[in-house]
Design a protein around this ligand. Sequence first.
Ligand code: FMN
Length: 184
Amino acid sequence: MKVLALIGSARREGNTATIVNKIIEGIKEKNKEAKINSYFLHELNINPCQSCYSCIKTGRCAQKDDMQKIYKFLEKGDVLILGSPIYMDYVSAQTKLFIDRLFPYIHEKSPEINKDLKTILVVTWGWDKKDAYDRVIKNIKKVLKWHKINVYKVIKGYGYQYEKTEVLEDKKLLNNAYRIGFNI
Ligand SMILES: Cc1cc2nc3c(=O)[nH]c(=O)nc-3n(C[C@H](O)[C@H](O)[C@H](O)COP(=O)(O)O)c2cc1C
C-alpha cells in the first residue's frame, strides 16, 4: 500500500499534523508493509500555477518541481491524506497551491488519477463550531472531484485556538483518526 500525506501547516506538532500522524499510526499498525511518505507542503518545492496552459496541449504540467513526484503518486498510489488548517476562512495558502496544480487533470489529454485512490481530508480550525467550515470542505471536495479524486473520509478538528497541544485533549477525534487509518 502506497500512502502520501500532505500537510498544509508549518507547525510540525500542530493540530493538523497530529491528526494526520494518528491516521498514519493506524495505517502502520494494520499494514506493516505500507510505504508511507509524509510531507509538509511548505517544505516541498511547489510553485504556483503559471497559467501557461501547456497542460491543455500535452496533458502534463510543464513545471519541473516537486509536483511531478506527487502527480506520479496520484496516478499509482493508494491513500492520499490531505490536511489543512483554516486560514482566513479558507484552506492555507500552501494547500491551495497544491490544489491549483491539479489543473492538468481536468483536461481530456491528461492521464488518469488512480480511480481507487482513497483520500482522507483533515481540516482544523479555531472557531469552536462543528459546522463552521462545512462550506469550505464542500468546496474542496467538489474541486477534488473535478480531478476525479473522491474524498473517502473527512476529519474536522475544531475549537483549536493557538496552542499546539489543544488537539491532544480531543481524544475521541484522535481515536477516530487512528481507526480510519487502521480500517483503510
Ligand atoms: C493565519 C491564520 C489564520 C487563521 N484563520 C482562521 C479562521 O479564519 N477561522 C478559524 O476558525 N481559525 C483560524 N485560524 C486558527 C487555525 O485554523 C487553527 O488554530 C488550526 O487548528 C491551526 O492548525 P495547525 O496547528 O495545524 O497549524 C487561523 C490561524 C492562523 C495562524
